[in-house]
Design a protein around this ligand. Structure first.
Ligand SMILES: [Zn+2]
Ligand SMILES: [Zn+2]
Length: 215
């Protein structure tokens, strides 16, 4: 079983998730910790709970989702997993972040390039990777069928969808991908978005105004 723990980090109120298996192995998804206080909070959480962090998983390359990568790599010596097409955005993240006073001492490095359909292990648990661009190039979501959880980054939100007006955005790709790859998951799948509260596939399929022409 995977347990999901959420931190809300940085001025963008970004959700960073720690996915914890019963063996206490964990993966950190989209670490957005950006100052000393937030670095300490996530580090202490991992140490005090006796967790064994295995990897950093990125849903996409926007700076508010990756500004904590360097600190966690230095602290826990973790490999960074992301889709190859997210690399361009990651390399321009420090430049975009500077406008918001968020600094990167160095460029985060992708150590392992994940692909659509790939399966990853966290302890005894498995997560599948689905490529779903449209918000950003190389966007993916992580899905565990037995745990009925999907960690979706900025693809889908509670009552909204990711913006498509940024570099590499495409509304048709995003909506098409949400309909064919996310809304086809079981209705009771819990959805953990990159910002804001969690939701379920069923709730979004029925009530999300961006996905329902009738509403
Ligand atoms: Zn984003
Ligand atoms: Zn975001």
């Amino acid at each position: 079983m995977l347990e999901v723990y959420r931190f809300i980090f940085n001025p963008f109120q970004e959700n960073s998730y720690v996915l914890i298996d019963e063996t206490k192995t964990c993966a950190i998804v989209d670490p957005g910790n950006y100052n000393e206080d937030e670095n300490t909070r996530i580090k202490s959480f991992i140490i005090e709970n006796g967790l064994n962090p295995k990897m950093i998983l990125l849903t996409h390359g926007h700076f508010d989702h990756i500004c904590g990568v360097n600190f966690l790599v230095e602290t826990f010596n973790l490999p960074v997993y992301a889709h190859a097409e997210a690399e361009k955005m990651i390399s321009s993240a420090p430049e975009h972040a500077a406008a918001f006073d968020i600094s990167f001492a160095q460029l985060p490095v992708i150590n392992y390039k994940i692909e659509d359909g790939e399966e990853l292990s966290i302890g005894n648990s498995k997560l599948s990777v689905t490529h779903l661009p449209g918000h950003s190039e190389g966007s993916v979501f992580y899905y565990s069928e037995p745990n009925k959880i999907a960690v979706v980054g900025d693809i889908l939100f509670n009552g909204s969808i990711g913006r498509t007006d940024l570099q590499g955005g495409n509304l048709d790709d995003l909506l098409g991908g949400i309909h064919t790859k996310l809304l086809t998951l079981p209705e009771d799948t819990q959805v953990f978005p990159g910002h804001g509260p969690e939701t379920t596939i069923g709730i979004e399929a029925k009530t999300n105004p961006f996905l329902n022409d009738e509403i």
